[in-house]
Write a protein that binds this ligand. Structure first.
Ligand SMILES: Cc1cc2nc3c(=O)[nH]c(=O)nc-3n(C[C@H](O)[C@H](O)[C@H](O)COP(=O)(O)O)c2cc1C
Length: 360
């Protein structure tokens, strides 16, 4: 297949395949392995502080030959109020009670101890380190950050989950749009944290293609040749793969989490606000089932900060019921080889499928 698209030209890679940024799962080694497969790796910076971003970027730069993207969360932060403090106390005691019932020893933070990251400090770190490709999710960058990044020659990739968001990104000068279908694993990239559009990839990609002129990358459910080619047929010029890499050698998931993935059933995959306060797709467990019906989930990012240490403690205990294992709707074999091999194999299978199709 002819892999050359506007996306390959803009990003400087041979294949328009993007290793999805997956905060907590992607590692600098994964980014390097994607680059070795001549695809684009993405370093997920999530809500790391500016200093932590600098360290992660510098470590990645040492490993990766060629271009790679960095990815940040650009959400707004809810205002602190007495009501929020009250909600926090209630949520904290609900989580403490649950942890206690399940013998998890954890000291959850007090409201005053929570430190939130303003993504603008991440933008400073990105600019200082001359990163040339920046993808982002949970909203749009502010105009000043867009102009600072563009002035430095950065390619910007924004995430949309509906046509309206795609149009906002286009009008604000973003270069490439990542269209995230409902199938996708991990957090919904919607601009609003609560009122999220629920549009399946097939409908969304076709509609965004009709209304937006920018090159599109599709994310959500791509796991083999036919799913990639379906996205291509609907107008995508780039293909972002996340869940397909969860069990790769370079994934930061622990063995017990990788094993859980091997047993996942379709009915196990749910959308939940329980861990972070924003909707995310992953594997159902006791924490999700209890919190989602508790009526005391905090707005993002407070819920995320509240549950952070609980997740860490559960990881140490190999406790599958209190960790967040994000994955998408395409249940597959989650191969346990290197990211490089998974991407190369995908490219090869697409080429074979495409050739056979055209010979028919
Ligand atoms: C474990 C996990 C973590 C994720 N973290 C991020 C992230 O940090 N930033 C982001 O833009 N998208 C994130 N996503 C969403 C992916 O970028 C992408 O939209 C999704 O993986 C595509 O669907 P798929 O999982 O079916 O391939 C995450 C997805 C997963 C599975």
């Amino acid at each position: 297949m002819n892999w050359s698209t506007q996306v390959t030209q803009m990003l400087g890679v041979k294949y328009p395949i993007i290793q999805a940024p997956m905060f907590g799962v992607t590692t600098p080694e994964m980014v390097a392995a994607a680059a070795e497969a001549e695809a684009l790796g993405s370093l997920a910076l999530g809500d790391l502080s500016g200093a932590a971003c600098r360290a992660a970027i510098q470590r990645t730069k040492k490993l990766v030959k060629g271009p790679f993207a960095v990815n940040i969360f650009v959400n707004s932060i809810p205002e602190v109020s007495d009501a929020l403090r009250g909600q926090y106390a209630k949520a904290k005691s609900a989580v403490e009670k649950l942890a206690h019932q399940h013998d998890i020893a954890v000291d959850l933070p007090e409201f005053e101890d929570i430190k939130l990251t303003d993504y603008r400090e991440q933008v400073d770190a990105i600019l200082e380190n001359q990163c040339k490709i920046v993808s982002f999710t949970f909203g749009n960058l502010d105009p000043e950050s867009i102009s600072r990044l563009k002035a430095a020659g950065t390619i910007l990739i924004g995430t949309c989950t509906c046509t309206e968001e795609a149009l906002i990104l286009e009008h604000s000068g973003i270069d490439i749009i990542c269209v995230q279908g409902w199938e996708a694993g991990g957090h919904r990239g919607s601009f609003s944290a609560l009122d999220i559009p629920q549009i399946g990839g097939l409908s969304l990609l076709a509609q965004v293609r009709d209304r937006v002129k920018l090159p599109l990358v599709y994310a959500g459910g791509i796991y083999n040749a036919t799913t990639l080619l379906a996205a291509k047929q609907l107008g995508a010029e780039g293909f972002q793969i996340g869940s397909l890499l969860l069990r790769s050698t370079e994934s930061a998931l622990l063995d017990f989490e990788k094993q859980r993935l091997m047993q996942v059933k379709e009915s196990d995959v749910v959308l939940t606000r329980s861990f972070s306060g924003r909707y995310a797709r992953g594997i159902k467990n006791i924490f999700i089932e209890t919190m989602d019906t508790s009526g005391c989930i905090l707005p993002y990012p407070y819920q995320n900060k509240l549950t952070n240490l609980l997740r860490k403690a559960a990881k140490i205990d190999n406790n599958v019921d209190f960790v967040s294992i994000w994955t998408g709707q395409s249940i597959h074999s989650y191969r346990d080889c290197s990211t490089r091999e998974i991407i190369r194999d995908l490219v090869e299978k697409v080429d074979i499928f495409d050739n056979t199709y055209h010979e028919r």
